[in-house]
Design a protein around this ligand. Structure first.
Ligand SMILES: Cc1cc2nc3c(=O)[nH]c(=O)nc-3n(C[C@H](O)[C@H](O)[C@H](O)COP(=O)(O)OP(=O)(O)OC[C@H]3O[C@@H](n4cnc5c(N)ncnc54)[C@H](O)[C@@H]3O)c2cc1C
Length: 393
C-alpha cells in the first residue's frame, strides 16, 4: 500500500531489514547530505520531505521495528547503543529531521510495548508502506478529550500544541483524556481523519522545519482498535522520563555539527594557530566527546527488558543526568562557537546561523529543573557510596 496524501512521490521503501550496526552506518552516511540540504526547509511551514524519503530508502523508518517484522530492532534495550548513535548522526545532519525521526521511533516503541500483537503487526505494515509516525502529547488548556459514542467509537475534541510533522505524519500517536480522567494513547489515521492545522502557532526561533503546529482534532472519530495500551501507560516509568536519552542524543548531534562548522570556519580563515582559538576548540572537542561518553554510559548501564520496571527509579535518575549534562554541553558549545567565529560567522548563509537557532530552541525540553532535582532526590534517598550509585543499572 502506498500513501496517496502525504507522500505522493515517495520512492519505494527498502524492505530489506537492516542489522543495527548497518543502521548506524546508514545514518552516518546521511549526515553530510542532510546538512547540505537543511537550508531548503528552514522556513516557517517548511518540512524536510525529501530527507524522509532518504531515511525511508535507507531502511531507517523501519529500523525501529523488531527483526521479526523487518526492522533492525533499534527499539530493543539490547540495541540502545545503536539507537542513540543513529539519532546522534541524524541530529548532526539536521536537528529538525532528528526531532521528527525521534518521534517516529518513540511512537513505534510505545506501540511495541503497550499495543497488542495485532496492532504491532498492523502498524509495522504501515511503517513498511512508508507511513510516518510521531508522538503528540503536549497541549494547552484546550487539550484533547475522547468522547465515547454509542457504537463503541470515540469522537475527539480539543487540540495539541507542538505537533511536530503536522500535515506530514499520517500515523501520529497522540494522547487524550477519557471521561473518567484516564490518559489514553491512540494512533490517528491522519490520512483519513484529517486534523485542522494552525501553522500560525509555529513562528519559532529555530527548528522551523519541524512544522510543529497547533493541531485541532475536534470532530474526528476513531475506533477502539485505534486505542493503544491502557489509560496511564503513556506516563509509565522508566520509559516516559527514561526516553529523554533519545532527545539528548539528537541534541548532541547538533552540538557536534556546531563544532564541525566552527572548525571549518576557522580553517577557512587560517585562524588555526591562535592560542585562544585552540583553547576554545579544545574545550568544544572535550565537551562533545564527553557527551558521547554519556551516551555510551547509558547504553552500557541499561538493563535487559525484564529488569526495566524493577530498576525504574535509577534508570530515570540516570536519564535525567544524561539530559542535564547534554543540555549543559550544548549551551557551552554554542557560547564557545559564538566567541570563536564572531559576528560574521553568524550571518546567513553560513550554516552556523541556523545551527545556532535550531540547537538553542531544541535544547528547551520539559521541566529541566525538576529533572535535576530528581537526580538529587534519588542520591539523597540512597546510602551506598557514590561509586556504587549507578552500578545497579
Ligand atoms: C522543536 C520542538 C518540537 C516539539 N515537538 C513536539 C511533539 O511533536 N510532540 C509533543 O508532544 N511535544 C513536542 N514539543 C514540546 C516539548 O515536548 C516540550 O513540551 C517543550 O519543549 C517544553 O519546553 P518548555 O521549555 O516550554 O518547558 P517547561 O517545562 O515549561 O520549562 C520552562 C521553564 O519552566 C520551568 N518549569 C516547568 N514546570 C514548572 C512549574 N510547574 N512551575 C514553575 N516552573 C516550571 C522549567 O524548569 C524551565 O525552567 C516540541 C518542542 C520543540 C521545541
Amino acid at each position: 500500500m502506498r500513501i496517496a496524501i502525504a507522500w505522493p512521490d515517495a520512492p519505494a521503501p527498502d524492505t530489506n531489514p537492516l542489522l543495527p550496526a548497518a543502521a548506524v552506518a546508514a545514518a552516518a552516511q546521511l549526515t553530510p547530505r542532510l546538512l547540505a540540504q537543511a537550508p531548503e526547509s528552514d522556513h516557517e511551514g517548511g518540512f524536510p520531505r525529501q530527507e524522509f524519503d532518504w531515511l525511508r530508502a535507507a531502511g531507517l523508518l523501519t529500523g525501529p521495528l523488531p527483526p521479526g517484522l523487518g526492522g533492525a530492532g533499534l527499539n530493543q534495550p539490547a540495541q540502545l547503543a545503536e539507537q542513540l548513535q543513529v539519532l546522534r548522526h541524524i541530529g548532526a545532519g539536521n536537528l529538525a529531521v532528528g526531532r521528527v525521526y525521534e518521534g517516529h521511533l518513540n511512537a513505534l516503541q510505545l506501540i511495541e510495548r503497550f499495543g497488542t500483537q495485532g496492532q504491532l503487526r498492523r502498524y509495522a505494515a504501515d511503517a513498511q508502506a512508508g507511513h510516518l509516525f510521531g508522538v503528540w502529547n503536549t497541549e494547552a488548556q484546550d487539550g484533547v478529550q475522547l468522547m465515547p459514542l454509542p457504537d463503541g467509537r470515540f469522537r475527539l475534541r480539543g487540540a495539541k500544541t507542538f505537533g511536530s510533522g503536522a500535515g506530514q505524519l499520517t500515523r501520529p500517536l497522540l494522547t487524550g483524556k477519557l471521561p473518567d480522567g484516564g490518559w489514553q494513547m491512540l494512533v490517528l489515521p491522519a490520512d483519513e481523519q484529517v486534523p485542522r492545522l494552525d501553522p500560525s502557532f509555529w513562528q519559532p526561533l529555530g527548528m522551523r522545519a519541524t512544522a510543529s503546529f497547533r493541531v485541532d482534532l475536534t470532530g474526528l472519530e476513531i475506533g477502539s482498535e485505534d486505542l493503544v495500551g491502557q489509560p496511564g501507560d503513556y506516563y509509565r516509568q522508566p520509559w516516559f522520563s527514561g526516553g529523554a536519552v533519545r532527545f539528548a542524543a539528537v541534541q548532541l548531534g547538533g552540538a557536534e555539527a556546531v563544532l564541525d562548522a566552527t572548525r571549518r570556519f576557522l580553517q577557512g580563515l587560517g585562524r588555526t594557530d591562535d592560542p585562544y582559538q585552540r583553547q576554545r576548540l579544545g574545550e568544544m572537542a572535550l565537551l562533545v566527546e564527553s557527551g558521547q561518553l554519556w551516551l555510551a554510559g547509558t547504553a552500557a548501564r541499561y538493563p535487559g527488558t525484564d529488569e526495566e520496571e524493577a530498576q525504574a527509579e535509577s534508570i530515570v535518575a540516570y536519564a535525567n543526568m544524561v539530559r542535564t549534562a547534554i543540555e549543559e554541553i550544548g549551551l557551552r558549545v554554542l557560547q564557545l562557537a559564538e566567541r570563536s567565529v564572531g559576528a560574521r560567522g553568524l550571518l546567513r548563509p553560513h550554516p552556523l546561523e541556523r545551527l545556532h537557532r535550531d540547537l538553542t530552541h531544541y535544547l528547551r525540553q520539559p521541566a529541566p529543573d525538576a529533572a535535576l532535582a530528581d537526580i538529587g532526590r534519588f542520591a539523597l534517598a540512597r546510602t551506598e557510596p557514590a561509586a556504587q550509585l549507578w552500578r545497579a543499572i
